[in-house]
Design a binder for this molecule. Structure first.
Ligand code: OAD
Length: 242
C-alpha cells in the first residue's frame, strides 16, 4: 500500500536543525542574527578555542543553557513527538540541536548528535553529568573535585558527532528521510540525505526557505516549521492505507 509520497513507508529517519527551535525563541546559527553572525565558529566551538580561552567558550554555552529556561517546545516539537508515538512503523529522531525541547515535548526517543547543553563532562575523570547552570574554568568537578577540565557535553567542530554508527544504520534502512530546519551545510549530517536516497529512501526537506541543498531532496516544503511540520506529519498519519 502506498501513501501520498507514492511509497510504502515502514521506517522513517528524521533529522532536525536549529530551524525547529527558532519559533521557541532560540537563535539559529546561520540566519541573520544567528549565533555565528560576526564570529568564526572555530573561535567558539572548537577544542582549540576551549584550550586557549576556556571561560569565553564556557560563557557562550552557559548563556545558551540559561536561554533554554525561558523557552517552551513549539508546535513542531509537539507534532514530531506525537508522530513518533502514533506512527505504526519505526521512527528515529536525530537532532543537531543541543536544546532539550523534544524531551520537554514528550518525544519517546531523540538522539542529540551534537550533544546536549544540559550535560557536562570532566576531561580529568571522564564523568558525564547534569550540567551546573553556570560553570567556569575554576569550577570543581563534582565527581573528581579537580578544577580546569569541565566542559559542556556538546560536539565541537573537529570532534566526532555522537552515536554515528547507530545513526548510519537508521539512515541506510529508512524508507523516508525527513530533514527539517537545517541549512544542510555541516557534515556528517549534511551527507545523510544522499546516503538515505542511495539506499532507496525518499528525501523530504521542510525549511523556511529553499536551502543550498534543496535540490538533493525529492520533495521540498517551504514554510515555517510550526506550519509545515504539523501539516506534513498529520497528512502521513491520516493516510488510511499504509
Ligand atoms: P543553521 O542556522 O545553519 O540553519 C537553520 C536553518 O533553519 C536555515 O536553513 C533556516 O532557513 C531554517 N529556519 C529558520 N527558522 C525556521 C523556521 N521557523 N522554520 C523552518 N526553518 C527555519 O542551523 P543548523 O542547520 O541546525 O553545530 O546548523 C547545523 C550545525 O551548525 C549546528 O548543530 C551547529 C552549527 O554550527 C555545531 O555547533 C557543531
Amino acid at each position: 500500500m502506498t501513501n501520498f509520497l507514492e511509497k510504502r513507508i515502514d521506517r522513517i529517519a528524521i533529522l532536525t536543525g536549529a530551524g525547529v527551535s527558532a519559533e521557541s525563541g532560540l537563535n539559529t546559527f546561520r540566519d541573520s542574527d544567528g549565533l555565528w553572525e560576526g564570529y568564526d565558529p572555530l573561535d567558539i566551538a572548537s577544542p582549540k578555542a576551549l584550550d586557549s580561552n576556556r571561560d569565553m567558550v564556557l560563557d557562550f554555552y552557559n548563556s545558551r543553557r540559561s536561554q533554554l529556561n525561558g523557552c517552551l517546545p513549539n508546535l513542531s516539537h509537539l507534532a514530531i513527538s506525537k508522530f513518533q508515538k502514533d506512527f505504526s512503523g519505526h521512527v528515529f529522531l536525530i537532532t543537531q540541536n543541543a536544546d532539550d525541547l523534544y524531551e520537554r515535548a514528550g518525544s519517546p526517543q531523540v538522539l542529540h548528535m551534537h550533544g546536549s547543553l544540559k550535560s557536562m563532562r570532566c576531561d580529568f575523570c571522564s564523568e558525564e553529568m547534569e550540567a551546573i547552570k553556570k560553570f567556569k574554568k575554576s569550577t570543581l568537578c563534582p565527581s573528581c573535585r579537580k578544577a580546569g577540565r569541565l566542559r559542556p557535553d556538546v560536539v565541537f567542530f573537529g570532534e566526532i558527532p555522537k552515536q554515528l554508527y547507530e545513526i548510519n544504520i537508521e539512515i541506510m534502512k529508512a524508507d523516508l528521510f525527513v530533514s527539517i530546519g537545517t541549512s544542510g551545510v555541516v557534515y556528517p549530517a549534511a551527507g545523510f540525505v544522499a546516503d538515505a536516497r542511495n539506499n532507496g529512501a525518499i528525501g523530504v526537506e521542510i525549511n523556511k526557505e529553499k536551502s543550498e541543498v534543496t535540490n538533493l531532496f525529492d520533495f521540498s516544503y517551504v514554510g515555517l516549521a510550526t506550519n509545515e511540520v504539523t501539516r506534513f506529519f498529520s497528512k502521513l498519519l491520516s493516510e488510511k492505507d499504509f
